[in-house]
Design a protein around this ligand. Structure first.
Ligand SMILES: [Zn+2]
Length: 285
């Protein structure tokens, strides 16, 4: 996976995601006067790699770092960044809670057993940090409830809380002048439930929120940036599975058959997984 900074638009740079230790995309939005960073990275090393790359491009004069949500891979690097940090109020609440945690193998394994930590996250934390697990969680300085606007000089950013299944604090960052929407992980399923899941009403609400932003490039944290066309394809698929899950409920076979008929092909592995997440999210009554 590439480590080098890439140019997304005239005013936006990003460090690509790295699945080896689940590092998300880190981005820099550069206005005429100041630069806003999106997400803090999954460790001191990750944050330093990003800051070092920005330095080589003479990108400095940081306004702040904004967090898309609290998960470790987006927040463990903020201590190293040592910048003003902006986040949704729930992001702060979640970080306050995990700030007290220990991160040794034993502590992680115990939390995984108790269902307080996700197995994949635990494995990735061990891999990213190795033996030297020096983790300091820094809390956001500025919190907001619904949205927060930042003018970087010629470039305006809107940070908007959208929530969703993945994390209740998920927030988007929209850069109007560049028509870029940063989605963090908000479109991914929940990870702290017994099984990964999507709830139909949550996904519909999220898609309504996303529709309000007219972007050309969509940035999801754990994949390459998407064109409008590719993103719309993804949205249509989620919408279709919402409708078919509502119709077929737990009848997996009928659901998959109708989805396959509508798409006019065999389902991909991702599509199969999405279906399971929606069935997992059906309420039991
Ligand atoms: Zn996440």
């Amino acid at each position: 996976m590439e480590k080098n900074l890439k140019k997304l638009t005239n005013h936006i740079y990003y460090l690509p995601h790295d699945p080896k230790t689940d590092r998300p995309i880190l981005s820099a939005i550069c206005g005429d006067h100041q630069t806003l960073l999106v997400d803090g990275g999954n460790s001191d090393k990750h944050a330093n790699l990003f800051l070092g790359e920005l330095d080589q491009y003479q990108i400095t004069n940081y306004h702040s770092v904004v967090l898309t949500h609290w998960h470790w891979d987006h927040s463990f690097g903020i201590n190293q960044m040592n910048l003003l940090t902006i986040a949704h109020e729930n992001t702060k609440i979640h970080l306050e809670k995990i700030k007290k945690y220990e991160w040794s193998d034993e502590a992680l394994d115990t939390r995984v057993e108790k269902g307080q930590e996700n197995q994949f996250c635990s494995d990735m934390i061990k891999k990213e940090f190795g033996e030297d697990r020096n983790i300091t969680i820094t809390l956001p300085n500025i919190t907001f409830k619904d949205k927060y606007e930042i003018d970087l000089g010629g470039i305006r950013c809107v940070v908007k809380h959208v929530g969703g299944d993945h994390s209740d604090d998920s927030s988007l960052i929209f850069v109007e002048e560049e028509k870029v929407l940063f989605l963090g992980d908000c479109l991914y399923p929940s990870i702290y439930t017994h099984q990964p899941q999507y709830k139909i009403e949550n996904v519909r609400h999220l898609l309504e929120n996303i529709k309000m932003f007219d972007a050309e490039i969509y940035v999801l944290s754990h994949e390459s940036p998407l064109s409008k066309e590719d993103f719309m394809g993804y949205i249509m698929l989620l919408k279709l599975i919402c409708d078919l899950t509502e119709k077929h409920q737990r009848n997996h076979l009928n659901l998959v058959n109708e989805l396959s008929t509508q798409l006019n092909r065999k389902l991909s592995q991702l599509e199969e997984e999405l279906v399971y997440c929606f069935i997992n999210g059906l309420s039991v009554d």
